[in-house]
Design a protein around this ligand. Structure first.
Ligand code: MN
Length: 748
């Protein structure tokens, strides 16, 4: 069955043995019990099962499970059960062995973990539209049974990201997108800070290779200067800490490439203006956890004796640890170079928890009651979302992300019960979190005994009472007042229940209408009418129809017929395959099939003809132009829509419709595109004239739109021009920056 090339060479055998040795050695150095025998058996079993199989990169497959086991053990800190499950994680999926085989050889626990991991991986590259969302739902369901499943899955994802280079480009986008959209936030929520950072940086590297290398190079180039400033800053502090007799390490921690880029993007600033490129971190040794808090504040006091303290930026994550377990004392002081510098103070224990998350919790056995119950509470809210059969995959992911990212507040019910809610939660959130019916009937609230509307945003420590009325019904616009995933899910399902009779009636009306007018009841018809009435889903269209908010008239018939005839002709052409037909018909058929079939495995070339008509559409949400990092998305009509890679909508598309993502290349020739830049500055006589003449005369660019606001001395001007690519916009920006009075120029 297998060819010669499928056997491993002697050198490869050695490589495999060494890699496994490395896993074992790391395990033996850890605090776990030394259950070596079962790990060795799992390795032999997996090696035998994957024998003769290679990864896309050409290396023997077994190296992947070994690498995953190594990450699970050494980077996440898991024990023998998880190491075995990691070694075996692809066996059931990719070979003839079953979960029963695993159970017989390795027992129930390991078999359960492997089964959980198999369930999740099924369909991860599937072609179904919502496969990824569905898959993720499964992941979380399994996770709520055994958290180790998701931790091993993280290790699997991390190794796949580290070796992403050998994948096809369209898969790279899809996997990188998924990682940034789902796995990185999840890692964050689980407190796996190091892994989260690496996942983000790796995704970013594949999505924006140029920006990634640019920023990396600048970090490297600025290192000397940074070190000097840090040394100046640290010298007097370290002298004080030495005087206090502490054992500690102190160093400057540079932000990750991804988070620097994020800052540049959100604040519209160049690299040079990101002043908090790094933070100083002091990690001290302390054997008695009871003393940690006191030492943190002693160090705080020592630093603030030397440097001026920023009044609003002290964060005490020791008295109130973050939901993911993070503990530290943060302060910001004015450094010797006049820039604010953040200092993070942690004990060794806190530092390990911050970097490794839950695994470190187990190691230190801290707050067995507390931390556990906090995690359980969170898993519970996840289960609530999962139990509701949300019909829309994208809504589901959004709701979930909300839950992953949120920072939290604590409020009290009138009975003194404690509720943990995400930031920006409202009275309505409290109502829905207590009970669906209470949410649906909510009319207002009392916060600290004062009457407030149901949309009132709560602060930590508020006491909240919900006021209800029997005559109240839930409203669609309430969705904007809700910050909790649970609230949103419960409101949506209540609304659906309420609207169901109208939806059913609408569906019946539409079916009858199609029959009467002899129009086929297919996707084309429904898509067309949804577009006509601007309904975002079938349910919404049926609801509007059933509620008599819209009517189906002659115009609708005409529109549907027109659509049908074009489609019909098109299909006729495709199906017309008479072998005796003339050559002409053959050509027509080829042309037609070329239009419908796009090979997602190949890079799609974005082209324009001489009239500027492209074989693509630019998305409205992010308006990319040539030179931007973009991807193509095949929409329901089979057309290619181009999104910028950092567009939030594109991120959602990648995570949900991975199989419709294309890697693309710009080859648009002389075509021109609209770009908008924002110019801010100090108003003076003639500045506008100077600006316009620069653009239209010196640069001979077409101005498409100009919008100026002036407030006293300050002006802001949004300018849309036609350019051929990003380089054009950048050179325009740098020329405009040189006009005296202009303070800031950014592309929107
Ligand atoms: Mn795997």
């Amino acid at each position: 069955m297998s060819k010669n090339g499928n056997f491993t060479t002697e050198a490869e055998d050695k490589l495999i043995e060494d890699a496994f040795r490395d896993v074992l050695d790391g395990y033996l150095r850890s605090n776990h019990r030394k259950k070596v025998e079962i790990i060795e058996r799992a390795f032999k079993f997996a090696k035998e099962a994957h024998k003769g199989i290679r990864r896309r990169s050409g290396e023997p497959y077994i190296l992947h499970p070994i690498a995953v086991a190594k990450i699970a053990s050494q980077e996440i800190g898991l024990g023998s059960t998880s190491i075995c499950a990691a070694l075996l994680h692809d066996v059931v999926e990719d070979t003839d062995y079953t979960v029963e085989d695993i159970e017989q050889n390795f027992g129930k626990k390991i078999a359960q973990l492997v089964e959980g991991l198999t369930k999740i991986s099924g369909g991860i590259f599937g072609d179904k539209a919502s496969a990824q969302a569905e898959n993720f739902r499964k992941l979380l369901l399994t996770m709520s049974e055994d958290i180790r499943v998701v931790l091993i899955k993280m290790a699997d994802r991390l190794h796949n990201m580290r070796t992403l280079g050998s994948m096809a480009p369209n898969k790279q986008y899809k996997i990188a997108g998924e990682t940034l959209y789902i796995y990185a936030p999840l890692a964050h929520r689980l407190g796996l800070f190091q892994i989260k950072t690496e996942l983000e940086d790796l995704s970013f590297k594949y999505e924006h290779p140029d920006a990634y290398h640019n920023i990396s190079n600048k970090i490297e180039a600025s290192e000397g200067k940074r070190t000097q400033i840090y040394d100046n800053f640290a010298a007097p502090v370290l002298a004080r800490l030495d005087g206090m007799g502490l054992r500690y390490t102190a160093k400057a921690r540079v932000k990750s490439v991804y988070s620097i880029w994020n800052k540049m993007e959100t604040k519209h600033i160049p690299f040079e203006e990101v002043y908090d490129l790094y933070a100083a971190r002091i990690v001290f040794e302390c054997d008695d956890p009871a003393l940690e808090k006191g030492i943190c504040w002693q160090i705080y006091s020592a630093i603030t004796d030397i440097y001026r303290l920023h009044p609003d930026r002290t964060r005490d994550w020791i008295s109130n640890p973050k939901a993911n377990g993070y503990q530290a004392l943060h302060l910001t002081v004015m450094g010797p170079d006049g820039n604010w510098i953040e200092v993070q103070i942690r004990s060794r224990r806190m530092d390990e928890i911050a970097e490794k998350g839950f695994a470190a919790h187990w190691k230190y056995k801290v707050g067995e009651g507390d931390e556990e119950s906090e995690l359980n509470a969170w898993l519970h809210t996840i289960k609530d979302i999962l139990d509701d059969p949300e019909p829309n995959a994208l809504d589901f992911l959004d709701t979930l992300k909300l839950n992953l990212f949120a920072s939290e507040i604590v409020v009290f019910t009138p009975k003194g019960e404690l509720l943990t809610l995400p930031m920006n939660s409202t009275v309505l959130d409290v109502a829905f979190n207590l009970h669906t019916q209470m949410g649906c009937r909510c009319i207002a609230g009392k916060v600290n005994h004062r009457l407030v509307p149901l949309s009132h945003k709560l602060n930590s420590g508020d006491q909240v009472e919900v006021l209800t009325s029997q005559s109240q019904t839930p409203k669609p616009e309430w969705i904007d007042f809700l910050a909790t995933a649970k609230g949103k899910t419960r409101l949506r399902s209540s609304l659906r229940k309420l609207q169901q009779p109208a939806v059913n009636a609408g569906r019946a009306i539409f079916e009858k209408f199609l029959k009467q007018n002899d129009i086929a009841d297919d996707n084309v018809a429904i898509t067309k009418v949804m577009g006509l009435f601007k309904a975002s889903s079938r349910e919404e269209f049926y609801y509007l129809l059933g509620n008599q908010e819209i009517v189906l008239n002659e115009y609708v018939v005409k529109t549907l017929r027109k659509q049908r005839s074009v489609t019909k002709r098109f299909i006729d052409k495709l199906l017309w395959r008479n072998p005796n037909a003339s050559g002409d018909a053959g050509v027509a058929q080829n042309a037609a099939s070329k239009r419908v079939s796009i090979n997602t495995k190949e890079t799609y070339v974005l082209k324009c003809d001489e009239n500027g008509e492209g074989n693509f559409h630019l998305s409205d949400c992010c308006k990319p132009i040539p030179g931007d990092d973009v991807l193509g998305f095949i929409n329901d009509d089979g057309e290619v829509v181009v999104h910028s890679l950092d567009c939030p909508k594109a991120a959602a598309l990648k995570a949900s419709f991975g199989s419709r993502i294309l890697s693309t290349r710009w080859e648009v020739g002389d075509a021109r595109f609209i770009a908008t830049i924002r110019i801010e500055g100090i108003d003076r006589q003639g500045i506008l004239h100077e600006l316009i003449s620069l653009i239209s005369t010196h640069l001979s660019l077409d101005i498409r739109d100009l919008d100026i606001h002036a407030d006293k001395e300050v002006f802001q001007c949004d300018l849309s021009v036609l350019v051929s690519d990003v380089a054009g916009v950048n050179s325009l920006c740098s020329k405009v920056r040189k006009i005296s009075g202009v303070q800031k120029v950014t592309r929107l």
